[in-house]
Design a protein around this ligand. Structure first.
Ligand SMILES: *[C@@H]1O[C@H](CO)[C@@H](O)[C@H](O)[C@H]1NC(C)=O
Length: 335
């Protein structure tokens, strides 16, 4: 009897709550309302795809309040120095060194400071070169549904753009010596940040970036001219990533769809993009061959000129579509 009453009480609570929550603005793309949407963290999040009045309350995600920036250098490889936008004293007293390249890491949908993407790439960059690594934690914006994540990457991109301008103007560093590296939705955001920085960032890498026009053609995309040099790695096209070339250089390891060692796991395929990137930083290898078009890349029939995946320095001037083969487990490179 007690059980019955509590169920009824829940029912009435749900009815009264839904009269507020149901002020739906848009049934985005006419999608099912509730879906398990794959995130960039190897899992899926149950999301409400419809846009409601309550979602647009500005305080839901405020990058100036919610985004956090963490500096790692060879002097502090495991414990970060937090940096604050417009706090010049904090920046100038940190281990940041403007004579060294600065790498900005942007995690994906569903991610945070502790994303595997960060945990893999921070030590790899510091092992490979004496650089400043700055992790962008935009988790408050990255943990929402498809529609809001889209709004949020634009909001976050503006904040990160302001942060990078603050760093370069405070320390005298050139945008040419900045690299932006993002995965999934973070890869798309890296492009938006680069565009807002007047396309002067030296190196932008998008690792299996999300392609939004698969949802709607008016949504923002990664573009080849978002930076001085742009490189896109495709490891899960047709699912998390997009099939067509988007950068100056586009590399399709193993044909770009299913990565060896991943079975049929899309999340594993996407993660491989930053595992390959990390191994290329520390051990080199990953020699790719140029293709005549992306169809040839998907078929792994490329026999053209060689180019190596990733690296610390931008390969400015390089362009084209490439493919390479990897091993199923580390070391991934076949040379
Ligand atoms: C900054 O980096 C340069 C190049 O690595 C190095 O020569 C210089 O000593 C560094 N400055 C400080 C204060 O560590």
């Amino acid at each position: 009897m007690v059980r019955c009453i509590s169920v009824l009480a829940l029912f009435f609570a749900a009815v009264s709550a839904s009269s507020i929550a149901d002020n739906v603005i848009s049934k985005f793309g006419n999608q099912l309302r509730f879906q398990h949407v794959p995130n960039d963290e190897g899992g899926a999040t149950l999301t409400d795809n419809w846009l409601k009045v309550a979602d647009l309350i500005p305080s839901a995600y405020l990058p100036t309040r919610d985004n956090q920036f963490h500096l790692f250098t060879r002097d502090n490889p495991t414990v970060s120095q937090p940096l604050l936008l417009y706090n010049g004293a904090l920046l100038l007293n940190s281990n940041f060194n403007a004579s060294r390249r600065t790498v900005i890491l942007i995690h994906g949908h569903g991610g945070s400071a502790l994303s595997n993407f960060n945990l893999v790439l921070i030590p790899s960059y510091l092992a490979a070169a004496d650089v400043n690594v700055i992790l962008v934690d935009w988790s408050r914006g990255a943990n929402s549904n498809t529609v809001l994540s889209l709004v949020n990457i634009a909001l976050s991109a503006r904040n990160v753009k302001n942060f990078i301008e603050f760093v370069t103007s405070t320390t005298g560093q050139s945008l040419a010596d900045v690299s932006l590296v993002g995965v999934g939705l973070g890869g798309l955001q890296a492009g938006l940040i680069g565009r807002r920085l007047r396309r002067q960032v030296g190196y932008i890498a998008a690792l299996d970036p999300t392609y939004w026009s698969a949802v709607h053609e008016l949504l923002p995309q990664f573009r080849a001219n978002d930076g001085v040099y742009t490189e896109v790695i495709h490891t899960n096209v047709g699912n998390r990533g997009y099939i067509k070339p988007m950068g100056q250089v586009d590399i399709y390891p193993n044909g770009g769809i299913n990565m060896p060692g991943c079975g049929r796991d899309d999340a594993c395929d996407q993660e491989r993009a930053y595992y390959y990137w990390a191994e290329a930083l520390t051990s080199g290898g990953f020699t790719a061959r140029q293709c005549t078009d992306y169809e040839e890349a998907l078929l792994q029939e490329c026999q053209g000129a060689t180019l190596t995946l990733g690296g610390i320095e931008p390969k400015t001037g390089a362009s084209g579509i490439y493919s390479l083969q990897t091993n199923p487990s580390p070391p991934f490179s076949q040379g």
